[in-house]
Design a binder for this molecule. Structure first.
Ligand code: PHE
Length: 336
């Protein structure tokens, strides 16, 4: 019996040392049907005097096997850890990856500035469809079919009565139809014209138009609002100038210039020696337009203005070709 136990000890330890899967061996030797257990079951045949000695030996063998199993398990754990340390190596001396942070497109930046300036003066934002009825884009604005002034805003037609809006003024008509004065809105958005692209024209561009309608609104209010706007947009020294003009939807109408913020009015490359830059169109809302929208022109008056976001962006950043803003060349865009 002693020999048998010794044999089991030697065999078990050797097998455990060579093994991959120690769990199988634990069952093989120490399990209920294991080899050591089988030997202990035979204790009955051992002479009573020898039993304590055999018992002690059996316990020792069990302890040896258990120790061997624990050792092996630890050894395997260590090996696994080493393997992972080797394969999941992290080289902290490698240079980091630069995360480039982008920014908004210059046109979007300008639109944001315009929104903020006018929101600061109590205007709210109104939006409308880019695919628009001829009625809202032209007719309601005092531009009946075949009116010669339509030529200046030729656009893309989907049908005879549906077109891509050539201005955001149709939004103003929609607002006036739905809301009674006082009205104080700006309508930013994309507009379309059948113009070939060149340094100052694009078939798609952006506008921000404004509309104020209330009792007793005068051209003085228009001038005051635009002066405040120009100072906030181009700097506190900025002056504005009204030149008579014609728009079918306003009467009287004006084109508005700002003093060049680069040379202060002396004349430079940016203002082409003029000292002034034309930035928007404006005027008092034509009484026909008010009554087309269900507002009584004898009770209410209003002013409107409209500006091209691209034009303002070019002035603000000194960009001399509009097409650059649509090429999506990061070398250009990164500068702003
Ligand atoms: N809608 C005009 C345009 O696109 C601009 C404008 C708006 C002029 C409002 C006067 C009043 O040319």
């Amino acid at each position: 019996m002693k020999e048998l136990l010794e044999q089991i000890r030697i065999k078990a330890v050797a097998e455990i040392e060579a093994a991959e899967n120690t769990e199988e061996l634990r069952i093989k030797y120490l399990g209920k049907k294991g080899e050591l257990t089988a030997v202990l079951r035979g204790m009955g045949k051992v002479a009573p005097a020898e039993r304590p000695i055999i018992g002690q030996l059996a316990n020792e063998v069990r302890a040896t096997i258990e120790a061997a199993l624990t050792n092996k398990a630890e050894e395997q754990k260590k090996k696994e850890m080493e393997r992972r340390l080797m394969t999941e190596k992290l080289d902290v001396t490698l240079p980091g990856k630069i995360q480039t942070v982008g920014h908004r497109h210059p046109i979007a930046q300008t639109e944001e500035m315009l929104r903020e300036i006018f929101i600061g003066m109590g205007f709210s934002i109104a939006e409308g469809p880019e695919v628009e009825y001829d009625y809202y884009n032209f007719e309601a604005l005092n531009l009946p079919k075949n009116h010669p002034a339509r030529d200046t805003q030729d656009t893309f037609y989907i049908t005879d009565n549906i077109l891509l809006r050539s201005q955001t003024s149709p939004v103003q008509v929609r607002v006036m139809e739905n809301k009674k004065p006082p009205i104080r809105i700006i309508s930013p958005g994309r507009v379309y014209r059948a113009d070939p692209a060149d340094a100052t024209h694009s078939p798609i561009f952006h506008q921000v138009e404004g509309l104020v309608v209330d009792k007793g609104i005068t051209m003085g209010d228009l001038k005051g609002i635009l002066e405040l706007f120009a100072k906030q947009m181009f700097g506190p020294e900025t002056k504005i100038r009204f030149r008579p003009h014609h728009f079918p939807f306003t009467e009287p109408s004006a084109e508005v210039d700002v003093s060049c913020f680069v040379c202060g009015g002396k004349g430079c490359r940016l203002c082409k020696g003029e000292g002034w830059m034309e930035i928007l169109g404006a005027g008092m809302v034509h009484p026909f337009v008010l009554s087309n929208c269900g507002i009584d022109p004898n009770e209410y008056s209003g002013f409107a203005f409209g500006m091209g976001v691209e034009r303002i962006t070019m002035a603000r950043l000194g960009i001399d070709d509009l097409r650059l803003m649509y090429e999506n060349d990061v070398r250009f865009l990164r500068q702003f």
